[in-house]
Design a protein around this ligand. Structure first.
Ligand SMILES: [Zn+2]
Length: 208
């Protein structure tokens, strides 16, 4: 009889994207890194809020507009306090907002590095022959699903491909080349490892 080990992975990107900006002090296009600090400028009823970035070479600053010419009444007091106190969680959420960054800058450098805390769901047994992985994301990442799996499970991408081709690895939601696309919130993977001699090693890696 086969038994399945279920594991929840929560994927958190480690390095915030870096806008590539024509640095007027360096005289060249340079990556700018998030400082984690907001600048709040209140002028009467009007508020502007920026997240401050700094050139990795010369420390020149660039302001990433979060609220621009916003009416003070439209910003919740708790949010304003969080902005004024440089709340790290709030800064992190904006720093990883790749869509908003791209809208401002065009070119943004992204990093595939992620941390993946892993938690078994229900019982795990040493004799498990199947693995079910539930993927959750602290925030979206550009990391391809097959790279994530290869890194975390310690098996090659070609082997993952072969398992998928033999229907021993199912991706849900699936679709064409699901393995080669960025991993998404709510993705579930099921893999039947009955025929894999190193299945205990793979399941141990999946458990972290
Ligand atoms: Zn510079």
């Amino acid at each position: 009889m086969s038994s399945t080990t279920c594991i929840q992975w929560t994927i958190a990107p480690e390095i915030a994207p870096r806008p590539l900006i024509n640095c007027n002090r360096c005289g060249d296009v340079k990556a700018y890194r998030c400082s984690g600090k907001f600048r709040v400028n209140a002028n009467g009823k009007r508020i502007d809020v920026w997240l401050i970035y700094r050139c990795i070479d010369c420390d020149n600053s660039w302001n990433f507009g979060i609220f621009e010419r916003c009416n003070r009444r439209d910003i919740e007091p708790a949010l304003l306090r969080a902005l004024e106190s440089n709340d790290p969680g709030l800064a992190r959420r904006h720093a990883f907002d790749i869509v908003a960054l791209r809208n401002k800058v065009g070119r943004v450098e992204e990093f595939p590095d992620v941390a993946v805390p892993k938690q078994a769901v229900g019982e795990t047994t040493e004799t498990a022959t199947a693995l079910e992985l539930w993927l959750g994301f602290e925030m979206p990442t550009s990391l391809r699903l097959d790279r994530l799996l290869a890194n975390e499970l310690g098996i090659s991408r070609s082997r993952l491909q072969a398992l998928e081709e033999r229907r021993l690895l199912l991706v849900d939601p699936g679709g064409a080349k699901a393995l080669r696309k960025p991993a998404r919130e709510g993705t579930t993977l099921r893999t039947d490892l009955t025929g894999e001699p190193d299945r205990q090693v793979i399941i141990a890696a999946a458990l972290g």
